[in-house]
Design a protein around this ligand. Structure first.
Ligand code: UGA
Length: 436
């Protein structure tokens, strides 16, 4: 892999650290394995016994390129271990908390796992002799580490942050589908910390990387993460709005994006207009930040519009379909259930909104996804799932493409059927692009 490694600091010259990672969800697992790859010894702590068993056997609970290979390699080398207790946590010098912070109904973040984690880590650290740094990797609203994690750690460890304990925030910027690559080639490392000593320990974990290191306070680091996600989400919603305008003018927004992207102030990434953003991060983080802003008496207009454009965008596909046919009673094929290709993750996927609307309008929906059908079926057991794209398309009255899997790129798959393309995957005879 083409890593962003400082040639002056080769792996064998790097100080091998003992690191513990709490949580083996998507972020915890990728982070833990990549730390092992950087030359450290990693202990992952996971509460769910089945997940511990699975990982110990080398089987990978997530669909993410490169993870299985790293898991096999580092289990074998003994540089990656998984356990269900915090017993050995004090043997490590730094702990990364990587637990989920999902959205609550009111849009704010549910911090119960984070509180639990801080408490567990603190309890384990009561037994520790010597200095230990606790680092929050979970995405949180600015201020959370200082007001929630710090007091809980001090209470449960009976130690003082700034003396026996160090505390830091070190957000991740990993994308699902390219998380290992993103980890190994960071644009920057952000370290927020209570003091210089904590900062130095976190910095030494990343010693091998040759990229800018941004050292700030705890809440600033938290805000850098949230603002980065909110900005990227806003970029997408902005392009979707421009794309909807383009469509009415006979302009292809993809060409507009290409022309804009060469401007280095704009950049070419995250300008892909389409059915909108999903996943476990953008929707949750933007609404978390908006909720916090409202609680502080502000009106976060940009954040609110970003979410509103994104809620309406998948419905554009239905409006375009309705220009061609009355939906009631029609057999509609929906291709793509995952929130993006190369993942089986369906959280906040735009397919949910598209399918719900089609069903509401009386369509007979059948669907397909190369990886995500099992996950989707758990929540929507009654849908008509088809095992191949061909089978899904055959006999349908129209096709809606919601995720850009390469499997959907062959024009021959569709014949002369109406295709509403939400992602720019294909070009067929009877075709409507969402923003082109
Ligand atoms: C996002 C960020 O990109 C990561 O930097 C961040 O670390 C992560 O959230 C997180 O907070 O953990 P992720 O949600 O995995 O990563 O996936 P993205 O590739 O960012 O895609 C998010 C959604 O935006 C997808 O539904 C995708 O289809 C959509 N998207 C992305 C667009 O519609 N247009 C684009 O140009 C780019």
């Amino acid at each position: 892999m083409n890593q962003r490694v400082n040639p002056l600091r080769k792996a064998d010259q790097v100080r091998r650290m003992r690191i513990s990672v709490l949580g083996t969800g998507y972020v915890g697992l990728v982070t833990g394995l990549c730390f092992s790859e950087l030359g450290h010894e990693v202990l992952c702590i996971e509460k769910i016994p089945e997940r511990v068993d699975m990982l110990r056997k080398g089987s990978c609970p997530i669909h993410e390129p490169g993870v299985k290979k790293l898991l096999t390699k580092h289990l074998k080398k003994g540089t990656f271990e998984v356990t269900d207790t915090t017993d050995d946590l004090p043997e490590t010098e730094i702990t990364f908390i990587c637990v989920g912070t999902p959205s609550r109904k009111d849009g704010s973040m549910d911090l119960s796992s984070l509180r639990g984690a801080a408490n567990d880590v603190g309890k384990a650290l009561r037994r520790k002799r010597g200095y230990h740094v606790v680092t929050v990797k979970s995405t949180v609203v600015p201020g959370t580490t200082e007001t929630v994690v710090l007091p809980s750690l001090e209470r449960s460890s009976k130690k003082k942050v700034g003396r026996e304990l160090g505390l830091a925030v070190n957000p991740e910027f990993l994308k699902e589908g390219s998380a290992v690559e993103d980890f190994m080639r960071p644009d920057r490392i952000v370290i927020g910390a209570v003091d210089e000593k904590s900062k130095a320990v976190v910095r030494s974990v990343y010693e091998q990387f040759d990229c800018p290191i941004v050292e700030v306070t705890l809440p600033t680091a938290e805000m850098i993460k949230m603002a980065s996600n909110a900005f990227l989400a806003a970029k997408i919603s902005f392009m979707n709005e421009i794309g909807n305008i383009c469509k009415t003018m006979g302009i292809d927004v993809r060409e507009v994006a290409r022309g804009m992207g060469y401007d280095r102030r704009i950049g070419s990434q995250f300008l892909r207009a389409g059915a909108g953003f999903g996943g476990s991060c953008f929707p949750k983080d933007v609404s978390g930040l908006a909720t916090e802003a409202r609680a502080r008496g502000l009106r976060p207009l940009m954040l609110e519009s970003t979410l509103e454009v994104n809620r309406l965008q998948p419905l554009r596909m239905i409006e375009l379909l309705e220009n061609h046919m009355k939906i009631r009673g029609k057999k509609i094929a929906v291709l793509g259930l995952a929130f993006k290709p190369d993942t089986d993750d369906t959280r906040e996927a735009r397919s949910r909104i598209v399918i719900a609307e089609l069903l509401k309008k009386g369509a007979r929906v059948r669907c397909h996804d190369p990886q995500a059908m099992e996950n989707f079926r758990r929540e929507f057991p009654k849908l008509d799932y088809r095992s191949t794209p061909e089978e899904c398309v055959r006999g349908s009255d129209a096709v809606l493409i919601v995720t850009e899997w390469p499997d959907y790129a062959a024009p021959g798959l569709y014949g002369s059927k109406l295709v509403i393309d939400g992602r720019g995957v294909v070009r067929t005879e009877n075709y409507e692009g969402i923003c082109w």
